[in-house]
Ligand binder design. Structure first.
Ligand code: HEM
Length: 389
């Protein structure tokens, strides 16, 4: 039977795993001739590709859609060395472990307030009442987005994450990127003249204090847009998807509720199991050969993190969800020079979210089935009805 894989094909949204298995086992260097891109899906292939930015370039965008790539502002995610390294060093200075750790009690207060509201109603939707508002509030706080802009901020972030070949979704996404760029442009201008203690002020002024060129206006706004695109929907999806997996495995959920010390490892398993960014693309800078196929320079290649993270060659019984699994490495946060800058923040938010949810409502009832938004760039449950007891 003929097989075609396209990450924008809605048939893969609800359960992409059968296609991923077929790719890994039968077509480890898959070519979609119609759309003109390749796919790597085995763990070792994806791991190695991420360590070789000289061959697998990000500079022509990290989606297989040229129109999407062209709409993105300049940002580290779509840069190669040496420019990537210069800018990453600058943003690292604003993104210190101390700044992230300092957010914990604030995140806990926010999680508590959201759960209080849910408890008062007795039931709701875990996605829109807890998993999404938590990271939205964290980003708004981190970046210093004023209260009055927070609803718009959320809508723009939704629209950028929903960009696809569908013309209406593409147009809405482009418009949202433009609006976000303008909001962050205004905020950075204000913070340069009147710094506060938010991340934008730190970034705007960090490099200058080291005697280097400060980040330019477009670098700063591009970075803020990137944080949203890379970090908001993904963290929301991690919390929602993790809760879904625990509902599907009530024995494991009960174990975590009894002993929350297992939550950090459980979060790592959630990240591996559902790889909230299922795959990003690269452009080949030279001809390569994989699994007997010749892949020419200039072609796009999709690195399927979500398939790699279920590969039995790396993870024994990879399709089994096990919060006690010993995990040495995975690619859900990428690997190499583009390794996720926000991994520690995402882990912190998810840990606090599950500590609070399981401590207060160990017996909550949650849907165990759902529809999914899409596959790339970010995959998330559409909604998860919850009842608190
Ligand atoms: C569960 C949540 C998250 C997941 C699964 C995730 C995943 C990833 C992945 C796979 C990459 C590498 C992309 C590539 O090389 O193609 C990446 C990069 C990045 N992530 Fe995350 N991310 C998450 C949360 C966050 C958060 C909370 C932030 C920010 C606060 C963030 C900021 C970034 C940035 C800035 C990059 C680009 C780094 C670079 O190009 O050097 N991410 N993320």
């Amino acid at each position: 039977m003929s097989f075609a894989f396209d990450p924008y094909d809605a048939r893969h949204f609800d359960d992409p795993q059968p296609a991923f298995r077929r790719l890994r086992d039968e077509l480890p260097a898959y070519h979609n001739a119609e759309r003109g891109f390749w796919v790597l899906s085995r763990f070792e292939d994806v791991w190695q590709a991420l360590r070789d930015p000289g061959t697998f370039s990000s500079a022509r965008g990290i989606t297989i859609l040229d129109e999407h790539n062209a709409a993105a502002p300049p940002m580290i995610l779509t840069m190669d060395p040496p420019r990537h390294g210069v800018l990453r060093t600058k943003v690292n200075r604003g993104f210190t472990p101390r700044r992230i750790a300092g957010l914990e009690s604030w995140i806990r207060d926010e999680a508590t307030a959201l759960l209080d509201r849910l408890e008062a109603r007795g039931e709701g939707d875990l996605v829109s009442d807890f998993a999404t508002p938590l990271p939205t509030a964290v980003f708004a706080e981190l970046l210093g987005v004023p209260e009055s802009e927070r609803d718009a901020f959320r809508r723009w972030s939704d629209a950028t994450c929903a960009m696809s070949p569908d013309p209406a979704a593409m147009a809405a996404g482009k418009q949202a990127i433009a609006e976000l760029t303008s909001l962050f442009g205004e905020l950075t201008e204000q913070r340069r003249s009147r710094p506060t203690d938010d991340l934008i002020s730190a970034l705007a002024n960090a490099a200058a204090s080291e005697g280097e060129e400060p980040m330019s206006e477009s670098e700063l706004t591009g970075f803020c847009v990137l944080l949203l695109v890379a970090g908001l929907e993904t963290t929301a999806s991690l919390i929602a998807t993790g809760a879904l997996r625990l509902a599907q495995h009530p024995d494991q959920r009960a174990r975590l509720a009894r002993d929350p010390r297992g939550i950090p490892n459980a979060v790592e398993e959630m990240v591996r199991y559902d790889s909230l960014i299922p795959g990003n693309a690269r452009t080949l800078t030279r001809d390569i050969e994989r699994h007997g196929q010749k892949l020419p320079a200039g072609d796009k290649i999709l690195l399927l993190y979500a398939a790699a993270n279920r590969d039995d060659r790396e993870f024994p019984d990879g399709d089994r969800f096990d919060v006690g699994r010993a995990i040495d490495r995975h690619v859900a946060f990428g690997n190499g020079i583009h390794f996720c800058l926000g991994a520690s923040l995402a882990r912190l938010e998810a840990r606090v979210a599950f500590e609070e949810l399981l401590r207060r409502f160990p017996d909550h009832e949650l849907a165990t089935q759902c529809r999914w938004t899409q596959l790339v760039p970010t995959r998330s449950p559409v909604s998860l009805p919850i009842r608190l007891r």
